[in-house]
Write a protein that binds this ligand. Structure first.
Ligand SMILES: NC(=O)C1=CN([C@@H]2O[C@H](COP(=O)(O)OP(=O)(O)OC[C@H]3O[C@@H](n4cnc5c(N)ncnc54)[C@H](OP(=O)(O)O)[C@@H]3O)[C@@H](O)[C@H]2O)C=CC1
Ligand SMILES: O=C([O-])CC(=O)C(=O)O
Length: 268
């Protein structure tokens, strides 16, 4: 397998593979700044792993699975081409898949190459139940996300009219539809795209900035014919990138275990 993005999530995956916690064979690492990959690679004494700054280099290493842990831009730039080669992809920057043009291109390519896209639950829980509920129809999906104000891009906050210096308590900074939210906050709210794809319904999103918040909190309400589901996760932020929850990296590592290892599968 190969990983695009040697940041917070990529580092956790590389360490899990290096320690044998995840038994995937790593053949290539890629990042805009490839030195990030080489330093993690030497930290874990990885041998025979190609260090790349472009997709041609990564593909030359012949991975059978590619993990995108970089950005929504990276999904647009690389994922269709990787799938076209018949290589399966794990996507973390799921927000990109709410773009109608991109998702139809990806579906078309997948139809031809038979390669698959895998989306981990990431920083949320309960997608198994949401998927099950979607079989009988879901009426409403809501996601309320709270993060420390430092986790949000200051320019975006200013554009939304948030008086950044004077936010002293938990404040609603955005309310709207998932497809707009993932564009405005590409590094904060990918989870809503996973929720949208699992439910088949476009969620309503509320985003709160809280200067006192110590956790990344996601509260989800899903109302369907068979159940009303309430989910709340309070995630410890990743030390390397506090916008990202540590759980998101653990979820990706768990998906890799399922894809690379044999065993009993629990959960749907
Ligand atoms: N699905 C989910 O539940 C979650 C998804 N995410 C998303 O997962 C992705 C990875 O998260 P995280 O590891 O925290 O992010 P980081 O910013 O810590 O790491 C991403 C790395 O990928 C690099 N990168 C970005 N774009 C490209 C590109 N086009 N080509 C090559 N390298 C690129 C970045 O470089 P540079 O720093 O120079 O931009 C950075 O080194 C993000 O999009 C994040 O929003 C995060 C948390 C939860
Ligand atoms: O990690 C999180 O809590 C959520 C996140 O950044 C995302 O979905 O992009």
């Amino acid at each position: 397998m190969a990983i695009i993005g040697c940041g917070a999530i990529g580092s956790v995956l590389i360490e899990a593979i290096a320690r044998g916690v995840v038994k995937c064979k790593l053949v290539a690492l890629m990042d805009i700044a490839s030195e990030k990959c080489s330093s993690i690679s030497s930290m874990h004494s990885l041998e025979g792993v190609a260090i790349c700054s472009d997709l041609d280099c990564l593909l030359k290493a012949s991975p059978t699975l590619v993990v995108e842990a970089a950005s929504q831009e990276a999904v647009k730039m690389y994922v269709p081409r990787v799938l076209e080669m018949g290589i399966d992809v794990v996507v973390l920057s799921v927000g990109a898949l709410l773009d109608e043009k991109l998702i139809s291109e990806i579906r078309k390519v997948m139809g031809l190459s038979k390669a698959r896209v895998y989306i981990p639950s990431g920083a949320i829980a309960g997608l198994d139940a949401v998927k099950a509920l979607s079989l009988t129809g879901i009426d409403r999906v809501v996601l309320k996300t709270t993060k420390n104000i430092r986790s949000f891009d200051r320019n975006t906050l200013r554009k939304l009219g948030v008086d950044v210096e004077n936010v002293k308590t938990k404040t609603l900074i955005y309310s709207g539809k998932a497809s707009e939210a993932v564009k405005l906050f590409p590094a904060n709210i990918n989870v809503v795209a996973a929720l949208a794809l699992a439910s088949g319904v476009e969620p309503n999103v509320e985003i709160y900035a809280d200067p006192m918040a110590m956790h990344n909190i996601h509260e989800i309400i899903v109302e369907g014919k068979a159940s009303k589901i309430f989910i709340r996760v309070e995630n410890v932020p990743h030390t390397q990138n506090p916008r990202t929850s540590y759980l998101a990296a653990l979820s990706a590592a768990t998906l890799l275990k399922k894809l690379c290892e044999e065993g009993v599968e629990v959960g749907t």
